[in-house]
Structure formats: C-alpha cells, structure tokens
Ligand binder design. Structure first.
Ligand code: HEM
Length: 506
C-alpha cells in the first residue's frame, strides 16, 4: 500500500518532469536546426555544424596553437572564397579570398568595429580600450591616440630606444662566447623601452633575468596558460559570455595600479615632461574632460595606457627574439645584414642612425620576412555594421555578422609565398607594397583599424637589431630548438622553452 503510494507520487512528479524535459530538448533541437541552417540557406560552405565541440577541442586541450588551428581551417577549404561556422549558434564568416579581404578593408563604413566587445558595466576599463571600443567611442579615442605618434613625438622616442639598446649591449658583453636566452633579453629590452616611453617609469630590468616586477606584470597581464586562451576565445567568439563568466582581459591589477599611480602623479604635480606618452594622454584628457565629462575619465586613461603597454610588450619581444633566431640559423643573411649596417653607420650619432635605418634595404627585407613567417597578431576580426553585398559572389553579409580573417594562414599560403615555411628575406626584394596591394600581407592588420604602433615597432626593432648586430654575432648551439616550440595555451606567439643562442663579441 505504502509502496504504491510512493510510486504514484513519483510518477506524478517524474512524468511531467520527463515531458517538460522532452519539450525543452525538442525546442532546443528546433532552435539549433534553425540557427545551423543559416549558412546552408545562403549557399555558403560550412566548416562544421558543431564547431565548438569538434574543432576547438584541440585548441583548448593545448595540442594546437590558435594560429595553427586557423591555418588548418583555411587549408580545409582550398577552393572557397569564404566559409561559415557557428559558435554557440551564432553564424560567423571566415574570409579566405584576398580580394574579399581587400573589399572589407576598404569599406570601413561597413566593417568599422571588431567582433570583440565588452560592456562598460562588465569591465569599465577594458570596455574603454581602443582595441575593444566600438563607434563612436572608438573614433574619438583613436584620433587622440594617433597624436601620440606624431613625427615630433616619434622623433623624441628614438633616443630613449637607442639608450636602452646600448645598455643591453653593455650587459651582453659579459656573456662573450656563452649561451644566452635571447627571449629573456628581448623581453627585458621591451620592458625597459615600453615602460620608459609609454609610462614614464624606469623599470630597471636586467637583461639576463625574468626577475623584475614590471616585466612580470607585463608578461602575465593577460593571465597565465589556459586562462589567457580562454579569455581571448570568449572575448572573440562569445562576447556575451564575458559577463556570465566574469572574465577580464586585463588580468593583472599591477599594471592598472602602475598606470593609475603615474596618472595621479600627473594630477598632483601637473608635470608634463614632454615626451612621456602618459602625460600627453593626461593632457588630452584634461582638455577634453571639460567638453565631455562622461567619456574621457580615469578609466579611459587607464584603459588606453594599459592597452598600449600590453599591445607592445608581447609582439615586440617575440619580433626581436625571433629575428635573432632566424639570423642565427641563416648565417649568410646575418653577415649580409651586418655588412649593410657597417656600410651605413659610421659613428654613434642617432639622427644618422634613424636616417640610415630608413634606407637599409636588406634590414627592411629581413624584418618584413620575420613578420610574414611569424605573424604576431594571428588574426584580424571585424563586425559587420550594415548589411553589405560582396561584389565577387553576391553574398549579403548581414549586419551583426562577425568576420574572421587569418593573417597566419594567408602568410603561409604557397600560392602567395612559395615555400612558405622557409625564412627568405629575398621575397621582399621589391618591398612589401605589392603584397599589401594584393591583400596577402598584413602583419599589422588593415584599414583604419590597423595597428596603432606598427611604425613604432618597426623602428624600435630595427634600431635594436642594428645596435646588437654591430657588436655581436649570434649562432645556434646544442640547446637551440629547431623549430621553435610555441606555447599553445596562449594567444600570442610565445616560445615555450625560450630561444637559446651562442653570442660572440665581434
Ligand atoms: C610587432 C609588433 C606588433 C604587431 C605584429 C601588432 C599587430 C597588430 C594587429 C594585427 C592588430 C589588429 C589590426 C586590425 O584589426 O586590423 C593590432 C591592433 C592594435 N595594436 Fe598592434 N601590433 C604590434 C605592436 C603594437 C604596439 C607597439 C602598439 C602600441 C604602441 C600597438 C597597439 C595596437 C592597438 C592600440 C591596436 C588596436 C587599434 C584600433 O583598434 O584602432 N601594437 N596590432
């Protein structure tokens, strides 16, 4: 009797529960079906109906770097100008064809925002970052930030870069005929240069150690290991989840604290020491603050300053270290470059150095090839702002569609760069313009949203290479990895075991 009663009660609960669950599953299946038909209806080839499950597993498990993953996707559609994929039901478009890429680049009006997005109430600092912001905020911020790299301010940055390079050379002298980790040296150089120029602080980072508080903050600002990968994945493909998962892109509060301290010292002293970029930002803030109280606030300043520091540190360190690595493996190229350097630079006058750097054809070819072989920004993304019809195929790209373009995949396509895995500066004998016009070379992105610090990075790394190669020869040793292993868990290119090379005084 009692048993019967229990069974009756259970069936009274379980049956409706089962029916409700079944109804939910049916509705969910319809929802999935409707969404996953989006590209099919438009005759757009698709990568996979279950993109999130099948293909990203290898990235999340650390087996594959995100850049290599994009190359794989690109290569699996050899004949398609583009293909669609879904993330949590949202249709995304992956563009392969250089002509379509150029069209997107030229039509800023339709593709002015990135797919990244962060609401102000989720993170008031990250949301203000020029990298993340959408229009109209982005336009205002970018205009202000462009003034940081005016010719006069730019010229004032050069002696600072040069002085840190000379300091680095002095420190390297003690390692004559020894093995050093050039990744550590490069990160120290960039820590000193970037913190000096952009924050106005002297980080005093030694060139043979990672033991420095500013360097540690810059290195881990996006978080460590898998957290970094996850954060970028969520910001890129599922920005709505940022709030739910409470993921912040700027992980380390230390960098925010440094920037705020520098800001406070400005407010206290009103001391603008000319070339400090943070002071120039602060000055802009003060001027504009009166006009638009809500926009140029402290969060804006911290957001922009942190973005600039973060956007510089990781790619510039890798750029310098990988240049030394490739020049070590290719001794004839290193010698050729050194000959060019000695042919141009006769004394220590920095003005002459800057002018010479502009005219060093082989140096330009070497750095262009490094940026092709190791695109330090693996991908570029855009959000479609207004319905746009692609002339090539008639496809209507609807407002709100996220667009993905893989820099690494285009740079590694043998159609555009024969024998793409080979380091060959000779590809750029006639410069980079021809490749840029063809839409197949864009290490700093494209159009109005291209990299803010592209020119700065090129000049800084060229100065560093000229300085170090005038004094030292670099060669591979038993500990040199071939090829370099990168940390698959992080979004940027970051050699997981460092880059060990033998250094000899000339
Ligand atoms: C080798 C060094 C660097 C590489 C390869 C690199 C690459 C890139 C790429 C691919 C983008 C995306 C562009 C697009 O969406 O079209 C970008 C954006 C950006 N980069 Fe860099 N970058 C480098 C250094 C720097 C430096 C030194 C700074 C700051 C001084 C900087 C600041 C930025 C900013 C602020 C943006 C966002 C621009 C906007 O949305 O308006 N980057 N960078």
């Amino acid at each position: 009797m009692f048993k019967k009663l229990i069974l009756k009660m259970l069936s009274a609960i379980l049956v409706p529960l089962f029916l409700a669950l079944s109804a939910c599953i049916i509705v969910f299946m319809f929802y999935i079906k409707k969404y996953y038909k989006y590209w099919e209806k438009r005759n757009v080839p698709i990568e996979s109906n279950f993109f999130l499950v099948n293909n990203t597993y290898s990235v999340f498990s650390g087996k594959l770097h995100f850049g290599s993953f994009l190359i794989k996707l690109y290569q699996s559609h050899p004949e398609d100008p583009y293909f669609g994929f879904y993330i949590l039901g949202k249709p995304h478009l992956f563009i392969r064809c250089p002509n379509v890429i150029k069209r997107i680049c030229e039509n800023h009006e339709y593709f002015q925002d990135r797919s990244f997005f962060c609401e102000e109430r989720v993170d008031p600092i990250v949301s203000k970052s020029v990298f993340m912001a959408r229009n109209p905020e982005w336009r205002d911020s970018r205009q202000k930030l462009n003034t940081l790299f005016s010719p006069a301010k730019f010229k004032a940055m050069v002696p600072k870069i040069l002085s840190h390079c000379k300091e680095m050379n002095l420190s390297l002298e003690q390692y004559d005929n020894q093995i050093i980790d050039v990744q550590i040296t490069a990160e120290s150089l960039i820590t000193n240069v970037v913190s000096h120029i952009f924050l106005g602080i002297d980080s005093q980072c030694e060139y043979d150690t990672n033991d420095n508080v500013v360097k540690t903050a810059m290195k881990h600002v996006f978080g460590k290991g898998w957290y970094q990968g996850l954060a970028f994945f969520v910001y890129t493909f599922a920005p709505k989840l940022v709030k739910v998962l409470k993921i912040s892109l700027i992980h380390d509060d230390f960098i925010k604290t440094i920037v705020k301290d520098v800001m406070r010292s400005y407010y206290d002293t009103k001391d603008i020491r000319g070339t400090r970029v943070i002071d120039i930002l602060a000055k802009n803030n003060i001027n504009i603050y009166q006009e638009s109280e809500n926009f140029f606030d402290e969060n804006w300043l911290v957001g922009q300053s942190s973005t600039i520091v973060l956007a510089s540190f990781i790619p510039m360190s890798a750029f310098f270290a990988l240049s030394l690595y490739e020049l070590s493996l290719n001794q004839e190229y290193q010698e050729k470059l050194r000959e060019e350097i000695f042919g141009f630079i006769s004394d220590e006058n920095f003005d002459e150095t800057l002018e010479s750097i502009r005219n060093m054809k082989y140096l330009n070819m070497v750095v262009a090839e490094i940026l092709r072989l190791y695109p330090l920004g693996d991908f570029v993304n855009r959000n479609c702002n207004k319905d746009y019809v692609l002339q090539e195929t008639g496809l209507k790209v609807e407002k709100g569609t996220p667009i993905m373009i893989s820099v690494s995949a285009i740079h590694a396509d043998p159609k555009f760069f024969p024998d793409p895995c080979k380091f060959d500066p000779g590809r750029f004998e006639n410069g980079t313009k021809e490749f840029e016009r063809a839409g197949v070379y864009f290490p700093f992105g494209f159009g109005q949203r291209s990299c803010l610090g592209g020119r700065f990075s090129l000049v800084a790394i060229k100065i560093a290479l000229v300085e170090v190669l005038r004094k030292f020869k670099f060669e591979p040793c038993n500990e040199t990895e071939r090829p370099i292993m990168f940390d698959n868990r992080v979004i940027n290119i970051s050699p997981i075991n460092g880059i060990k090379l033998r250094i000899t005084k000339l």
